[in-house]
Ligand binder design. Structure first.
Ligand code: AGP
Length: 609
């Protein structure tokens, strides 16, 4: 997510905004910019790269102005470069805006503006909003009215910040599903995308609500809803320290990122569904290619490999497309069988994993089409693949990947649904699945509410000598991810395998004190799973099962049963078990007093082979 900052008041505004952006650097970004009014003109200075590339333009002697806004960009539309960096001007440089989020209908708005003669400098959706606001900002119209009129035409998730040369003491902001907080000081007002950027100046904070806009001036902050109805200021006193604030009040980034997943679902879907619930993935291959592809080869490491296993299930079950999943580190040594009708899909959060880059290099040497499913735009894998689908999970700080995995699986689902749409796959009702996906953020939030039950399990499990992670079908793939989480942050030994494999060896490891975690998303597999659970319990093992609330058969089977919301699709039910497994590993590690965000021996991005 981008970093947003703004100030109006008695201090040197440019220095305040640079300091605020510095306090937001932990969120990750690829360019930065600032806007302020000087001699009745808006000055915009912006640079690709790190904040230092921008601050070095001013040196130690920044202009003495009382209002400025600043932005550090996590690119979603358009490459990270000076032109695409924010702020953006309108056609006549009357206003400048910065923006976080995605304006889904920007293309149709842009087309109509171009038809009116507007010229655009960047590839961004933000510049479209700037032109609309400038167009509405006619003589005598207050800036907030021009913004309000524009908001009525925007669809999507956004936090907007707008300034004008006509009203230099005013900053107008608007929020719709993208974080924006305001700071109230003595004779000064602040804004930011996250609380850490306010705390050095004020602890009196307003969390702007969705559908609300505000005007910040040095002596007052006023708030309305988008219809223009004034709303009271709800000021909170924040007593967090800075580090706690960067974690949003959570103890660890990992816990914050687990809880962010409902928002990640919204970000991942944003801009990819049209009003008829059809997919719109214009950045992947065209129909001709999708009708040629005869085999899919997914290549990844670690958690991303586990997302690939879900991808295999989806490609094969919904599209009947033969699909392989390779560990990147094994792929190029295995002299893989690839044909011109193979599509290679590289899955990577960082986009810099050396093994996956090496696998990509081999595919390109073999002239195989490559598609990247990547979180970091502008990363090596994102750049080197023929096409890329950005997972839009935002920066993931904790070494243990959580929200990025969920976004990878959702992105694979969107891709498979897109191909089902192209191929008009019989039996795949894309609109129905899309409607289920549009409810998914709420279902994920409800799953996370089972956290107190999960903590109780972690309290019992924390000293287990061994924990099994089991499942059948798609749950067997999810079990691998649950096991990896438990290994990499709680350092508990695990044994993961399809439940049906227990009797071929692993069952020998079951004894009193051993726990098993069993996902049961698919009703068809449940009877067989029950007998696996009984095998474990008969030998002294204890079993936690995770199942949709629609199930009525497991209450008397599991030692602990955690219910998750139900959907009509086993692959969505399986994805809803993932936060349970993530929270189980997290709380087990926390109870064991382990270092969670930086686990021993591991790195966030493994750039060595
Ligand atoms: C996940 O919790 C691990 N941190 C690790 O397995 C990671 O998924 C793997 O290194 C792949 O990284 P990538 O997605 O950035 O390529």
């Amino acid at each position: 997510m981008c970093g947003i900052a703004g100030y109006v008041g008695r201090r040197r505004a440019i220095e305040v905004v640079f300091d605020q952006l510095k306090r937001l650097e932990y969120r990750g970004y690829d360019s930065a910019g600032i806007a302020f009014v000087q001699e009745n003109e808006i000055q915009v200075v912006k640079r690709a790269g790190k904040l230092s590339a921008l601050t070095s333009v001013f040196g130690s002697d920044s202009p003495e102005v009382q209002m400025a806004i600043g932005h550090s960009r996590w690119a979603t539309h358009g490459e990270p470069n000076d032109t695409n960096a924010h702020p953006h001007f309108d056609q006549h440089e009357q206003v400048a805006i910065i923006h976080n989020g995605i304006i889904e209908n920007y293309q149709e708005l842009k087309d109509s503006l171009v038809a009116e003669g507007h010229r655009f400098l960047s590839d961004t959706d933000t510049e479209v909003a700037a032109h609309l606001i400038g167009r509405a900002y006619t003589e005598g119209v207050p800036l907030e009215d021009a913004v309000r009129k524009t908001l009525a035409r925007l669809r999507g998730a956004y936090a907007l910040v707008v300034v004008s040369k006509r009203e230099p003491g005013k900053i107008v902001v608007a929020r719709n599903a993208s974080p924006l907080v305001l700071g109230v000081g003595e004779g000064e007002s602040f804004l930011a995308s996250d609380i850490p950027a306010l705390l050095p100046y004020t602890r009196e904070v307003i969390a702007l609500k969705d559908g609300h806009m505000a005007v910040l001036e040095e002596n007052q902050v006023r708030i309305w809803d988008f219809d223009g109805t004034p709303t009271p200021l709800e000021i909170m006193h924040i007593d967090w320290d800075i580090e706690a604030a960067q974690k949003g009040g959570y103890e660890h980034f990992m816990l914050k990122e687990i809880h962010e997943q409902p928002e990640v679902v919204r970000q991942c879907l944003a801009g990819r569904l049209d009003e008829k619930n059809a997919l719109r993935l214009d950045q992947v291959f065209n129909e001709t290619v999708w009708n040629e592809v005869e085999r899919v080869t997914l290549v990844a490491c670690g958690t991303s490999y586990h997302a690939g296993l879900i991808g295999k299930y989806l490609f094969e079950q919904l599209l009947r497309l033969p699909t392989d999943v390779f560990y990147s580190s094994e792929f190029r040594y295995g002299d893989p069988v690839l044909s011109p009708r193979t599509l290679a899909v590289m899955i990577s959060q960082s986009g810099e994993t050396a093994d996956t880059l090496a696998a990509l290099k081999l595919c390109k040497e073999r002239r195989i089409r490559t598609l990247g499913i990547v979180n970091v735009i502008g990363s090596s894998i994102a750049r080197d693949c023929d096409r890329v689908l950005i997972t839009q999970a935002g920066p993931e700080i904790s070494v243990a990947s959580t929200k990025a995995y969920t976004a990878q699986v959702l992105s694979l689902m969107l891709l498979v649904l897109h191909v089902a749409q192209v191929r008009e796959m019989p039996g795949v009702h894309v609109g129905d699945v899309v409607r289920a996906l549009q409810q998914f953020d709420g279902l994920l939030a409800r799953t996370i509410e089972t956290e107190p039950e999960i903590i109780k399990v972690a309290e019992e499990m924390q000293n287990a000598p061994l924990v099994f992670f089991l499942g059948r079908g798609i749950d067997a793939a999810v079990a691998l991810e649950g096991a990896l989480k438990m290994k990499e942050i709680a350092y508990l030994p695990t044994q993961e395998c399809p439940a049906g494999e227990m009797k071929h060896g692993p069952l020998a490891l079951i004894e009193k004190g051993v726990w098993a975690v069993v996902g049961s998303s698919d009703a068809k597999m449940r009877p067989k799973l029950v007998s696996n659970v009984r095998e474990i319990q008969a030998r002294g093992g204890r079993v936690v099962m995770i199942a949709p609330e629609s199930d009525q058969t497991l209450d008397s089977v599991a030692d602990v049963l955690i219910k998750t919301p139900s959907t009509p699709y086993e692959y969505l039910n399986a994805l809803l078990t993932v936060p349970v497994l993530q929270l189980l590993a997290y709380h087990t590690a926390r109870l064991r007093g382990e270092e969670i965000d930086q686990p021993r021996n591991l790195a966030k991005s493994v750039t060595v082979e």
